[in-house]
Write a protein that binds this ligand. Sequence first.
Ligand SMILES: Cc1cc2nc3c(=O)[nH]c(=O)nc-3n(C[C@H](O)[C@H](O)[C@H](O)COP(=O)(O)OP(=O)(O)OC[C@H]3O[C@@H](n4cnc5c(N)ncnc54)[C@H](O)[C@@H]3O)c2cc1C
Length: 405
Amino acid sequence: MNDLRTNERARTAIVIGGGVAGPVAALALQKAGVEATVFEAYRTGTGSSGGPLTLASNGLNALRVVGADQVLAGAGIATPRMMIHSGSGKVLGTVESSADLPANTTLPRGRLTELLQAHAAASGIPIVYGRRFVDAVDTGRSVIAQFDDHTTAEADVLIGCDGIRSTVRGLIDPAAPTPRYTGLIGFGGFSDDALGAGETGGVFHMVFGRKAFFGHVSDGERTGWFANLPFKHFTREQLQGTTYDEWIALMRKLFANDESAALGILDHVTPESFIPPSPLEDLPHVPVWSKGRLALIGDAAHATSPSSGQGASLAAESAVELARCLRDLPVAQAFKAYEQARRDRVERVIAAAARTNRSKAAGPVAARFRDALMPFFMERFTTPERTAWQYAHTIDWDEPAASRV
Ligand SMILES: Cc1cc2nc3c(=O)[nH]c(=O)nc-3n(C[C@H](O)[C@H](O)[C@H](O)COP(=O)(O)OP(=O)(O)OC[C@H]3O[C@@H](n4cnc5c(N)ncnc54)[C@H](O)[C@@H]3O)c2cc1C
C-alpha cells in the first residue's frame, strides 16, 4: 500500500515508455534507491532496427552512471569525427570529439532501445510490454496508472518517458504544445553491409547537397545512412501512398548533381533495410514538465529534431538527473530541482538544431551564402572548447542534489 505525500521522498516509481529515457530512468532510480517498473506500449521484438542514431560523448557519460555505456560497447560504429561538405564536395568544416571524452557511437535506433531494455531487465527491473498507458489518478498519497487493457499500477511517482507524442504530457498540462514540423522529412537505414560505401575511418560524412541533405558512416561491414528532404507541405496519405521505388527515384533525382556517396549507397539499399519517411519534428518549449506526482523526461519534455544528434543523449542525461534529484529530495522539490538543472541546456540544443534545419532547407541563394560562410563559422565555433558545453557535459552522480525552491 502506497502512502506518500509529495513533501516526502519517493520510494517507488512507474515509468511509462521503454525507449531510451525509460530504461535509463529505471536504472538510475534503482541506483537512487527508488523501485521502478517500466511499462511499454509495444510488445518485444515488434520494433524495426531503425535508422542510424549517434550517441554523443555527453550521452555516453550519462549512460556510464548506470553502466549502460559498457553494454553498448562494440554495438555501434565509433564516429569521433563529423565532416560537413557542400554539394560540390568542398569541406565546410569538421567537428571532432575531444580525445578525453568517450567517442560518439552510431548504431541502429532500435538496437539502442533493445540493449538498454536488456540491461535494465538484467539488473532486475521489471519491464511490462504490451501495456499502453492511458490515464493517471492522484489519490493524494500515490498515483494510480491506468492502461488500455483496464489494468492498473500504483506507485509514489509516475515518470513520463513516452516520447514526442506523450500521453503523460497532456495529463500534466492539457494546453501543452504538440510537435512542430521542421520542414524536412527523413529517411534512412542501417545495414550489416558496406552498401558500396568504403570505410569512412570513424568519420560521419554530412553533405549539404544542392537539393537535399545526406549523411553516411561505414566501418566497411556496417553502414548507416540518412537523407533529409525539404518538403513544405505534405499529407499523411502522400507519405504513406508513395512506394519504396518512388522514394528511391526521388532521392536519386535530388542527389544527382552532388559530390557524395548518396547515389552509390542508394544503388545498394534494399526495401528490407529502408526506413520509410517520417516528418522531422521538435518541441522547442514545453512549459510544464511536472505536476503533483507526474514528471516528464526525454522527448516527452524536450524533443529536439534529429539534426542535433542529441535527442537520445539528452534523454539519458535527464533520466540520470531526475533520479539524482529524487534520491536526495522530497518529490515536489526534486521535480523542481530537476527542471532547473535541465531546461536551459535542452532548449539551447533544440534551438541550435532548428538553425541547422533552416540551413538544410535553404533555397539556392541561401545555400550559396551557407556554403561560403560556413567554413568561417565552423572554424571558430566548432572547436572542442566551443562545443564543450554540449559534448563534455557530465552529471556528478555523487554530488547531493540541492533544493533551489
Ligand atoms: C530519424 C531520427 C533520427 C534520430 N537520430 C538521432 C541521433 O543521431 N542521435 C540522438 O541522440 N537522437 C536521435 N534521434 C532522437 C532520439 O531517437 C530520441 O530523442 C530518443 O529516442 C528519445 O528517447 P525517449 O525515450 O524520450 O523517447 P522514445 O525513444 O520515442 O521512446 C518512447 C517510448 O514510449 C513508448 N510509449 C509511447 N506512448 C506510450 C504509452 N501511452 N504507454 C506506454 N508506452 C508508450 C513508445 O512505444 C516508446 O518505446 C533521432 C530521431 C529520429 C526520429
